[in-house]
Ligand binder design. Structure first.
Ligand code: GLY
Length: 363
């Protein structure tokens, strides 16, 4: 088993990575929640038939009373209404302050169950058991939880760190190629922002099968980078923004596809190429970087281009959470493996994007 620790000021938690870990969830949770008697396990309609019974068996064997809450798979479950349902079921089950919530699923389940854990009874312990690549390398680590509001995605939430994260790489075998690629965009992002050697290792892997041969190392490397960044800047006041490489412009592609046509990872993939182009235009990123990223995206069946009207891109960028008064912090690469943030005037960024947009339309 590989283990790494997310060390925050005054508290820390472990991430365990091992094939078959799902069947030992109970014993690991018992170690971090010694007083808990009840566990509310939140999962979704895709994951429940595959893994819920196995996890339940392990939790029951460790002496926990278990209540499963199955929400419909998909982003629409990250709603106020579903949050209300979770509160109701948790309280009917008799959940108390010393008990815990377990999130068994991908990013939607982790965000929703995490926010419920952060707020029910003013906060109970949370354990993340992520079952998608995206959730394993990104959303289950670092404590961001949220639901969507009619005004936009992730607009109500909390930083609520888990007590423990359990990653079983075997879960990834049941993912479709599209959902595996979705996670690969975030994996590639870590190479881009922090680790050129890891980027080259991904190139050597060359395919989903190649990544799965080294999956524990891949998960460990991504989580180690995220743990290091989050340990320094939990609340995203500086360093953590690097994790948003490709996301500001990527968000525009998600909007353009109504959050349905393109996965988050596909949008981030194209967002990373735009960020490389922007960096080149600003003289920060060497011209060759865009091609290096594009070649790696191809290996993992991620797109290079997503159509997006200029006004949609402008609106999405203007709404970005990283914007301040008239300015925005963008994440740029100095090389593959090294990123920095740059404060730009919003007007300047929009003008640069307009030029890139026109150039793209002409190609
Ligand atoms: N997904 C980016 C972060 O956790 O900060």
């Amino acid at each position: 088993m590989k283990t790494l620790t997310v060390a925050l000021p005054g508290r820390e938690y472990n991430i365990h990575i091992q094939s078959g870990l799902m069947d030992r969830a109970g014993e690991h949770i018992r170690t971090v929640c010694p007083r808990a008697r009840r566990l509310a396990v939140v999962t979704d309609s895709n994951v429940a038939p595959l893994y819920f019974q196995r996890v339940e068996r392990s939790l029951t064997a460790a002496g926990f009373a278990v209540h499963g809450i199955v929400v419909p798979a998909g982003e629409s479950s990250k709603s106020l209404e579903m949050l209300g349902r979770l509160y109701g079921e948790m309280l009917d089950f008799g959940l108390s302050r010393t008990d815990a919530v377990v999130a068994l699923g991908g990013g939607v389940v982790g965000d929703l169950a995490g926010f419920a854990a952060a707020t029910v009874l003013r906060g109970v312990d949370l354990v993340q058991i992520p079952t998608t690549l995206l959730a394993q390398v990104d959303s289950s680590v670092g404590g961001k939880t949220a639901i969507d509001l009619p005004a936009g995605k992730n607009l109500a939430g909390a930083f609520w760190q888990p007590k423990l994260v359990l990653m079983d790489p075997n879960c990834l075998n049941t993912l479709s190629d599209r959902i595996f690629s979705d996670g690969m965009a975030e994996v590639i992002k870590y190479g881009c922002i922090r680790d050129g050697e890891f980027f080259r290792l991904l190139n050597d892997c060359g395919s989903r099968a190649g990544v799965m041969e080294r999956i524990e190392q891949v998960l460990y490397t991504c989580c180690a980078i995220k743990a290091d960044i989050v340990g320094t800047d939990e609340r995203e006041s500086g360093l953590r923004m690097l994790l948003n490489f490709g996301h500001t412009i990527g968000h525009a592609f998600e909007v353009a596809g109504n959050y349905e046509k393109w996965t988050h990872g596909q949008a981030v993939a194209v967002g990373m190429l735009w960020a490389a182009r922007l960096g080149a235009a600003l003289g920060v990123t060497p011209e060759s970087v865009e091609d290096e990223i594009a070649a790696l995206l191809t290996q993992f069946e991620l797109p290079h281009h997503i159509p997006c009207p200029r006004d949609v891109m402008e609106r999405a960028v203007c709404r970005d959470k990283k914007r301040g008064d008239g300015g925005i912090r963008v994440v740029l690469l100095e090389s593959v493996g090294s990123a920095r943030t740059e404060e730009m005037a919003m007007a300047d960024l929009l003008a640069r994007l307009e030029v890139l947009h026109e150039r793209q339309v002409k190609v």
